[in-house]
Write a protein that binds this ligand. Structure first.
Ligand SMILES: [Zn+2]
Length: 160
């Protein structure tokens, strides 16, 4: 999903509206870490950096390996262990945000973009999911669930 959806996902799973700025960053970490590799391989393939890339670019296996590592439970464990060395007081929030990113992407990516949560040990992925940038129903359903979960949290924290 996109950055806003991941932010809402992190907010929903952590239930910490007070940390909303950190949660925005933490819940987008798998994409932030994939981004340099994404731009490197897109430019290498001579593709213009436009939204079109997602529709037409067939990523090389090398890029998919990085992408899948950052979007896996194995990658999550390693990145969280590194994070824990620097900011241990936020490790729990970081882990929940990272996990929320993977959960959302499991249901909003399909085909070769499908999230392989057990990478590199297994190619397991859901066969029925669709890419959210190509499938409005996927986007709308996920956003609706995320908004309802966040309204619930804000009500519980008496923010309204
Ligand atoms: Zn992602």
């Amino acid at each position: 999903m996109d950055n806003i959806a991941h932010w809402l996902g992190g907010m929903a799973l952590t239930g910490r509206p007070d940390l909303f700025i950190l949660i925005f960053i933490f819940s987008n970490i798998p994409d932030i870490l994939s981004a340099p590799f994404f731009f490197y391989y897109v430019i290498k393939d001579g593709f213009p950096i436009k939204k079109k890339v997602l529709f037409e670019w067939k990523p090389p296996q090398e890029y998919l390996d990085y992408y899948r590592f950052f979007h896996s439970l194995f990658g999550m464990s390693i990145i969280t262990a590194v994070f824990n060395v620097f900011l241990p007081q936020y490790t729990q929030v970081f882990l929940l945000c990272y996990l929320s990113h993977i959960i959302l992407d499991v249901f909003s990516h399909g085909g070769f973009w499908a999230t392989r949560i057990f990478y590199p040990f297994s190619d397991f992925h859901l066969g029925f999911t669709k890419n959210h940038w190509q499938h409005k129903l996927t986007r709308r359903t996920i956003f609706l669930i995320l908004i309802l979960m966040n309204v619930n949290i804000l009500l519980r924290h008496k923010i309204f």
